[in-house]
Ligand binder design. Structure first.
Ligand code: ZN
Length: 134
């Protein structure tokens, strides 16, 4: 089972404007930007307590984030729960009947292995499992 909420992913159209906005809301600066080229996304991370906010902006028009914003507009994109053993956890979730978007973990931002459960079985909430890479 996951240990804790690690971060909340938010889809944004204009990364720079949203960084300024979240700095106003949270009172802290983004501590890093990181591109995930394979996903066509630029991320920007804020840390508040021990939960992070991950802003996600598309770097190309066919990026999943661009498509998401086109369909649903900006807003909460996913919840990411930290796992101690992501491979095992994915197998467990699959055997519990959850359809997976990723049956194998892939590389995400912030030095993490990540995988998504399909939102059709999770009250339309996109759920990411993540684990620090060693
Ligand atoms: Zn994430």
């Amino acid at each position: 089972m996951p240990k804790k909420l690690e971060h909340i992913g938010i889809a944004v159209a204009d990364l720079e404007a949203s960084e300024k906005l979240f700095k106003k809301i949270l009172g802290v600066d983004s501590y890093k930007r990181e591109e995930v080229e394979s996903e066509g996304v630029m991320t920007s991370f804020f840390l508040l307590g021990d939960v992070k906010i991950e802003l996600l902006a598309a770097t190309k028009p066919d990026s999943p984030i661009a498509k998401y914003i086109e369909k649903r507009g900006e807003g909460i994109h996913h919840l990411a729960f930290e796992s101690e053993n992501i491979e095992k956890e994915l197998k467990e979730k699959e055997s519990q009947g959850f359809p997976l978007i990723n049956s194998e973990p892939k590389d995400g931002a912030d030095n993490k292995s990540i995988a998504f459960l399909h939102p059709k079985s999770t009250n339309s909430v996109l759920i990411e499992l993540c684990q620090d890479k060693f």
